[in-house]
Write a protein that binds this ligand. Structure first.
Ligand code: ATP
Length: 585
């Protein structure tokens, strides 16, 4: 190692230790990287012909959060936005193999420097790890003919990000820049950077604080860096994967991304896959032609077509069947799809930007074989994680105030509404497993309790501690809100089906929802194993007293049969067992 390389290594650690912001640390790392590469270039046949254009440090550990910072070598200017992100295929390749890669952009050749130092491969253009044509075009468009990517990884740890160096050397197409001479030193630099940067989760220095708006009314310290990132990601057309617990606000954040993209003003279509049975997912996504299946009485364009020119948010993506995963992958790769039952026109195309949400661990789903690995990497281009409310309590008072005032406006109240300090303290100290959705419910309940105790809506309104206390007591079991959510989803599924049958010979009238009573009774019989206990459990002692419950159960279950006959398809084995038992003499 030369003296100046030595120096840059030695000075790197204290600079990383004293850095308070991510960009300071990234700048220190990139300066050491530039020194290392420039010395290798100076000792090579490309001396004077090859020049470093820029370097980028990109942090993306475990999909939880990201930081991106780059430096233009010539001007020293900070590189903004995510336009310089190396492609998702490179990321998945280095993450999988923990190797550095060198890309000859014009020749579309890729060399992997495996960590054991022994192997170096060349790959044909279509091989895994190679950036796609569009990304290579973009690289060439900014004069980058050679790109070297090093995994950012603390010794022995997982891959937490990558360092990318872009070099311009038009005369070196098909020739190796001196990566062989410097890739090991770069790997050492990256491991020092990994140990200090990834572990410390340094914040981004933000010139302009993220400002709240209609779609994201509260941006506190906890989410400021996330919003910073999203401001960079939202305008791009890449897929954003929003992970986070239920009720944390993923759908709203997706809408925010749409409103901050060039597609704003175009359709925003949201499809929650939890509410769509697996055998209908392809149809809901890609549409169907009349007669494609029983009950398809008229054409339906599907979510992808409805989102054309705009954005499609697919929530609960982990619920996608393997068949629909294959369809979605094809749509992402080729923007092409086929409507169900469309044998004539065949292939259709739609330009829809994809945003996806999930509450599940998609990596675990990939390992378990429930989620396709290739699709995972396709949707995991820009992953962001929304924290549970319990981890952003600094924002809770503002959320509570915002939700209260929104409720007050909806109720046509005049003046302002606020929580007294003791009431707010109680909110901050409560557990929030249901996140923002639960908070919204509590706020609404406390508001209703307050109104119940006074005559009108006039004047300023102060919610007291006792109202919050009572609202929280009702809510002490988080289950009811989960049930409400599921009931709502069932209602949406029902309406979806009714829409599908609109105008057909077998419509879906509202009366069929009465079958729900029968299903609940059936579930209770199945759970308790005994009709008397089931009716007692559901507060029907009167029927038991008169011994009328057998007749009631029979009547309710016959409604269930009616719905099942109309809808067709598979029936849950437990429900089938209850129905069969009812037939027995
Ligand atoms: N930006 C926001 N503005 C106003 N209310 C919000 C916002 N984000 C979340 N909420 C409240 O939280 C509720 C849940 O939000 P959202 O549906 O976006 O969460 P989610 O994470 O997508 O939930 P799930 O995973 O259960 O679908 C909303 O109905 C609303 O009451």
């Amino acid at each position: 190692m030369t003296a100046s390389r030595d120096e840059s290594f030695i000075s790197l650690v204290p600079r990383l230790v004293s850095a308070t912001y991510f960009d300071e640390a990234a700048t220190a790392v990139l300066q050491a990287v530039f020194t290392c590469v420039e010395e290798a270039l100076a000792d090579s046949p490309f001396a004077g012909r090859a020049r470093i254009l820029r370097g980028v440090v990109h942090l993306r550990p475990e999909d939880s959060y990201q930081r991106l910072f780059g430096v233009d070598r010539l001007s020293g200017a900070r590189i903004e936005g995510t336009g310089y992100l190396t492609s998702g295929s490179v990321w998945s390749w280095i993450e999988k193999h923990r190797c550095s890669v060198s890309i000859d952009v014009q020749r579309a050749a890729l060399r992997s420097w495996m960590p054991d130092g022994a192997m170096a491969h060349r790959h044909p253009p279509e091989a895994a790890g190679m950036p796609g044509d569009a990304t290579r075009e973009r690289m060439l468009g900014r004069d980058a003919t050679h790109v070297h990517v090093v995994p950012l990884r603390a010794p022995g740890g997982s891959v937490d990000g990558m360092i990318t160096i872009e070099v311009s050397c038009r005369g070196a197409v098909g020739l190796d820049l001196p990566w062989a001479e410097c890739h090991e030193e770069l790997a050492i630099l990256a491991s020092i950077a990994g140990a200090f940067i990834a572990a410390r989760a340094l914040p981004l220095r933000s010139d302009e604080p993220a400002s709240p708006d209609e779609f994201l009314p509260v941006v506190g310290q906890s989410t400021a860096h996330l919003v910073e990132l999203l401001r960079a990601f939202a305008p791009r057309d890449d897929t954003i994967l929003i992970t986070g617990p239920t009720g944390a606000g993923k759908s709203r954040l997706a809408r925010w991304c749409h409103e901050h993209s060039q597609r704003r003003g175009q359709p925003f279509e949201s499809l929650d896959l939890l509410g769509v049975p697996e055998d209908l997912q392809m149809a809901e996504l890609f549409g169907w032609k009349r007669g494609a299946f029983t009950g398809a009485v008229k054409d339906n364009p599907g979510a992808v077509a409805r989102a054309a020119k705009g954005t499609l948010f697919l929530d609960e993506i982990d619920k996608l069947s393997l068949k629909a995963q294959a369809g979605l992958l094809r749509f992402i790769e080729e923007r092409a799809y086929r409507m169900l039952g469309d044998d004539g026109a065949g292939e259709r195309r739609a330009d829809a930007r994809l945003l996806v949400g999930t509450n599940a661990d998609l990596r675990a789903a990939v390992r378990a074989g429930r989620f396709r690995e290739d699709l995972y990497y396709r949707i995991n281009v820009l992953p962001v994680r929304l924290l549970p409310l319990a981890e952003r309590l600094d924002e809770l008072p503002r959320w509570a105030d915002y939700m209260l005032n929104r409720r007050h406006q909806e109720a046509d109240g005049t003046g302002t509404a606020r929580f007294e300090p003791e009431a707010m303290k109680l909110l901050v100290s409560a557990p929030w497993p249901g996140n923002l959705r639960q908070l919204d419910n509590i706020v609404r309940r406390a508001y209703a309790l307050h109104l119940a105790g006074q005559s009108g809506l006039g004047g300023d309104l102060v919610i007291q501690r006792r109202h919050v206390e009572r609202a929280l007591t009702f809510d002490s079991d988080a289950e009811p809100s989960a049930l409400t959510k599921l009931l709502w989803r069932a209602a949406l599924s029902f309406v979806n089906e009714a829409e599908r049958r609109r105008g057909g010979s077998a419509p879906l009238p509202l009366e069929l929802t009465d079958a729900f009573r029968g299903m609940v009774l059936g579930a209770a019989v199945q759970r308790t194993g005994n009709r008397d206990d089931a009716f007692t459990l559901l507060g029907q002692e009167m029927l038991l007293k008169n011994r009328n419950h057998h007749r009631t159960l029979r009547r309710e279950l016959s409604r269930v049969r009616e719905v099942l006959d109309l809808l067709g398809g598979e029936v849950e084995p437990d429900l089938l067992a209850v129905l069969d038992a009812d037939k027995e003499p």
